[in-house]
Design a protein around this ligand. Structure first.
Ligand code: GDP
Length: 330
C-alpha cells in the first residue's frame, strides 16, 4: 500500500486529493495545524467514517515552521509521496499579513525541502504553486517558461518557493515538481473568494435570506478551473517518469461579471438588481492578464480539464442551495 503525506489536508484541494488517494488505495497522512482543529469541515465526512479514519486516513498535528515535528512525522510514516498544499492562499489577506504569508509559503516550503533531503529513501514531492507568480506578465497566455513578475506578497512568496523546488530538483536530484495552478474553484472553496461569494449570494438571495451582494471589480479576469480536475493532475505528476513543473489551467479567461451572469440566471434572477460596488474589495494591485497554457501538461501527463466553466458555476450554485436547505432542516 502506498503512503502519502499531505500538508494542508483540511483545505479545498487537500480534501479532494484525500478522496482521490483513498479511492486509489493509498494510506493518507494529513498534517494539520493545531488551529485547524475547528475548521476541519471539508474532511469531516472522512474522519467520521470508522472504516477510513484511523485505518487508512491519519492526521498529525504540526505547524509548518515546526521542523522537528515534521521531520518526526516523515520518519515515522516513510511516505513515497508528499503533497505540499498548505499555506495562507488568500491574495488580499497577504497584503495584511505579508510576513506570515512569506513565513509559511516561502520558508515553510524551503524547510520541507531541507527535511526531505535527509530522508532515506527520499519521497517524491509536489509543491502547489500559483499563477500569482506571473503577476503582471509581459506575455499571454503564460506557460512554464514565462518569467515570474509577482505583484503581491503571496505571489512573491510563491515565486521563491517555486524556484527553490527547481533548485533542489536540479542540485540534489529530488523528484520535486511544481504544479503551477491557475485559480480553481469548487463548493469547498473558502467563502471569501469571489466565486463562493457570488454563488453563495445567488442562493441566499433566491431563498430570500439576503438582498445585497457587495463586490470589488466586476471586470477582474481570471482563468478559473474546477478543483477536482486539478487534484487529478497533482497525482499524475508524481506518477510521471520524470519530475516536471507544469502549468494547470483551462486556457479560458472570464470576468467576475460572467460568474454573476451564470449564477443569477441559474436561479432565475438578474444580478443588476442586487450587486453594489464596495471599494473595500478593490485591490491595491491585481493581476490583469492571467491565463494559462497547459499544453505541456496535456503532452506529458495527458491532463486536461473536464468540467466547463458554466457547468462549474451552476454546480456551485446548486451546492449552495443544498447546503442552505440542509441548515434549514437541522
Ligand atoms: P484570487 O485570484 O486568488 O485573488 O481570487 P479571489 O476570488 O479572491 O479574486 C479573484 C478576482 O476577483 C480578483 O481580481 C479580485 O479583485 C476580484 N474581486 C472582485 N470583487 C471581489 C470580492 O468581493 N472579493 C474577492 N475576494 N475578490 C473580488
Amino acid at each position: 500500500m502506498k503512503r502519502a503525506v499531505i500538508t494542508g489536508i483540511t483545505g479545498q484541494d487537500g480534501s479532494y486529493l484525500t478522496e482521490l488517494l483513498l479511492a486509489k488505495d493509498y494510506e493518507v497522512h494529513g498534517i494539520v495545524r493545531r488551529s485547524s482543529s475547528l475548521t476541519r469541515s471539508r474532511i469531516d465526512h472522512l474522519t467520521r467514517d470508522s472504516q477510513v479514519y484511523g485505518e487508512r486516513l491519519h492526521l498529525h498535528y504540526a505547524d509548518l515552521d515546526d521542523a522537528t515535528t515534521i521531520r518526526r512525522i516523515l520518519q515515522k510514516v516513510t511516505p513515497q509521496e508528499v503533497y505540499h498544499l498548505a499555506g495562507q492562499t488568500h491574495v488580499a489577506v497577504s497584503f495584511e499579513v505579508p510576513e506570515s504569508t512569506c513565513q509559511f509559503a516561502a520558508m515553510g516550503t524551503l524547510g520541507l525541502l531541507e527535511i526531505l533531503r535527509d530522508c532515506d529513501p527520499i519521497p517524491k514531492f509536489l509543491h502547489i504553486s500559483s499563477s500569482e507568480i506571473f503577476g503582471s506578465p509581459k506575455e499571454s497566455p503564460q506557460n512554464e517558461s514565462t518569467p515570474h513578475r509577482p505583484i503581491t506578497p503571496y505571489g512573491v512568496a510563491k515565486s521563491f518557493a517555486t524556484d527553490m523546488v527547481r533548485v533542489y530538483r536540479d542540485s540534489f536530484e529530488l523528484f520535486a515538481c511544481n504544479a503551477i495552478c491557475f485559480n480553481h474553484e469548487s463548493p469547498r472553496r473558502g467563502e471569501s473568494f469571489v466565486t463562493r461569494k457570488i454563488t453563495n449570494a445567488a442562493a441566499r438571495i433566491k431563498l430570500g435570506l439576503d438582498d445585497r451582494l457587495r463586490l470589488g471589480s466586476l471586470e477582474a479576469q481570471r482563468d478559473w478551473g474546477y478543483a477536482p480536475d486539478f487534484v487529478e493532475a497533482f497525482w499524475q505528476m508524481l506518477q510521471a517518469d520524470e519530475p516536471l513543473d507544469l502549468v494547470l489551467a483551462t486556457g479560458q479567461t472570464h470576468q467576475v461579471r460572467d460568474w454573476l451572469d451564470i449564477a443569477f440566471r441559474h436561479v432565475g434572477l438578474d444580478w443588476n438588481d442586487y450587486v453594489e460596488l464596495d471599494e473595500r474589495y478593490l485591490r491595491k494591485a491585481d493581476p490583469q492578464r492571467l491565463v494559462g497554457d497547459s499544453s505541456l501538461a496535456h503532452e506529458r501527463i495527458g491532463w486536461k480539464p473536464r468540467i466547463s466553466f458554466s457547468l462549474m458555476v451552476q454546480l456551485m450554485v446548486d451546492a449552495e442551495l443544498q447546503l442552505l436547505d440542509d441548515h434549514r432542516r437541522q
